[in-house]
Design a protein around this ligand. Structure first.
Ligand code: ZN
Ligand code: CU
Length: 481
């Protein structure tokens, strides 16, 4: 009897996500799982995908996103599937849609998810998760909840530490979220609404992480002059709660701190011997977030990504905005806020050093609702594969794939994801190793990447021939570490 599958990927060069060397093979899928990898030339299938000349890899996992709302508002997830991403980690930097603040939702940086505040309508994480389950997206999500969201939802003013009553409320929010399937809590103490939260406040709110073995994920309090102190604070929180930590978008900001990744990576490598931790990085020398006056002197160039009162400045350099408004740059910042910006403030050597560090995962930190977004939203993964691995030879392709699949699934506890093997979920990305490359840049920032072939999520094809297919097989993934 001939074996029959729902889907077979034929003639592939397989990079399995474990860093093992590539091999030739075929992948047989039934339902949402890979059933067999090997020679399937005698088997038949409902759908056959020819991968001649292509690499078949596990679908990429975006370790750091702000896709909480895009999953619902743009469920085809084109910026991500077009790069071969099949799972996103949401709720980063202290920012999540749930527990939605009754008012104050447009407080920066929460406005990165939605300036109008309309999407902040989830009274609990369970409500958010239920809506995602009822209206699934094309790709999987695994969700963090944000400390800054909790603060805005709980406190009358944010320029102080939380009282013990407020901490109890926020702890209950964390408890409800983790019990309902959130995989951890994120903080963004670098941002004003959470900057006044002392270490103790974070520990008290994050207490439920211990019981659930949840993750503590952080956009650290400081990524410039006090970056090493911030790493210590992060690790202290992880040790106190006995949970794994993830340092988000690791970088050393500002000319003065260029080169300091030598020091921070040594520090991180040392701490990793004592406690479970991970870190992620995006492959660009420019960062992006809300427009902030204090970033001015650390940046060699600033590009506006959106502005509520002055949408016409999206994509324009702050330099030019100031000239047109006949103001200083500082005055212009005040005039066009609320707004977002791209900041050129990192050193290429640091970016490469951090990317190449063994334990560094790839995370885009893309901002899907910006008018003229940082190109990392559409380009991160192909850029690592094409520019950093193929062109600069920073690491072999097997390592590049591992940093966006197996490593990430391990750190976030996503069972049977991030690897191609019999029994794993059928999240599969085909790409051409010779041509894969980001196309989005700082001028044309929303161009789909080149060289990505068919993309499969839970056994269903979501991207083919350069287009989304309309399939919505995405699920909310739990942490099963
Ligand atoms: Zn951040
Ligand atoms: Cu972020």
């Amino acid at each position: 009897m001939t074996e029959h599958y729902d889907l077979i990927v034929r003639n592939a060069t397989i990079i399995d996500g474990t860093r093992a060397p590539r091999f030739h093979g075929e992948i047989g899928v039934r339902g949402d799982r890979i059933v067999k990898i090997g020679a399937l030339d005698k088997a038949t299938a409902d759908i056959e995908v020819d991968a001649s000349g292509m690499i078949a890899a596990p679908g990429f996992i975006d370790a750091h996103t702000h896709d909480d709302r895009m999953l619902l508002s743009n469920p085809d997830m084109a910026p991500k599937v077009s790069q071969g991403v099949t799972t996103v980690v949401t709720g980063n930097c202290g920012i999540s849609l749930a527990h939605s603040p009754a008012n104050g939702a447009s407080t920066p940086p929460l406005d990165l998810l939605d300036g109008s505040g309309d999407w902040f309508r989830f009274p609990s994480f369970r409500a958010y998760r239920e809506e995602l389950a009822a209206r699934p997206a094309a790709i999987n999500a695994t969700c963090l909840v944000g400390h800054t969201t909790f603060r805005v939802a709980t406190m009358d003013r944010l320029d102080r530490a939380a009282t013990s009553a407020e901490m109890a409320k926020m702890r209950a929010m964390a408890q409800e979220s983790l019990a309902s399937g959130a995989i951890g809590v994120s903080t963004g103490t670098a941002y004003p609404p959470a900057a006044c939260a002392p270490t103790e406040e974070i520990i008290e709110i994050c207490r439920p992480l211990t019981e659930f073995n949840g993750l503590y994920v952080t956009h650290m309090r400081n990524e410039d002059d006090q970056v090493t102190e911030s790493i210590e604070e992060t690790c202290l929180i992880g040790r106190t709660l006995a949970v794994p930590i993830v340092i988000s978008h690791h970088k050393t900001v500002g000319t003065k701190n260029h080169g300091r990744s030598v020091e921070t990576l040594k520090q991180i490598a040392g701490l990793m011997k004592k406690q479970p931790m991970g870190l992620d990085c995006y492959p660009y020398i420019a960062s992006s977030t809300v427009l902030r006056y204090d970033r001015l002197e650390q940046s060699s160039r600033i590009i506006i990504t959106w502005s509520k009162p002055h949408p016409e400045f999206s994509g324009v350099d702050l330099d030019e905005v100031a000239k047109r408004l006949k103001m200083t740059q500082a005055e212009a910042v005040e005039k066009i806020k609320p707004a977002g910006a791209i900041y050129f403030m990192l050193d290429e050597k640091d970016v490469q050093r951090i990317l190449a560090f063994e334990e560094t995962m790839i995370g885009s930190d893309g901002l899907p609702h910006d008018t003229k977004p940082h190109p990392r939203l559409w380009g991160t993964f192909p850029r690592v594969l094409g520019h950093y691995s193929r062109e600069l030879k920073l690491f072999p392709l097997e390592t590049a794939v591992y940093k966006m699949t197996g490593l990430t699934a391990g750190k976030f506890g996503l069972k049977d994801r991030g690897v191609l093997k019999a029994g794993a979920y059928a999240d599969i990305t085909l790409f051409n190793a010779d041509t894969v490359m980001d196309a989005a840049d700082f001028v044309h920032s929303t161009l789909p990447a080149r060289g990505i072939g068919t993309v499969v999520v839970n056994g269903a094809i979501v991207w083919r021939d350069g287009k989304t297919t309309g399939a919505r097989p995405g699920r909310v993934l739990l942490r099963e570490a």
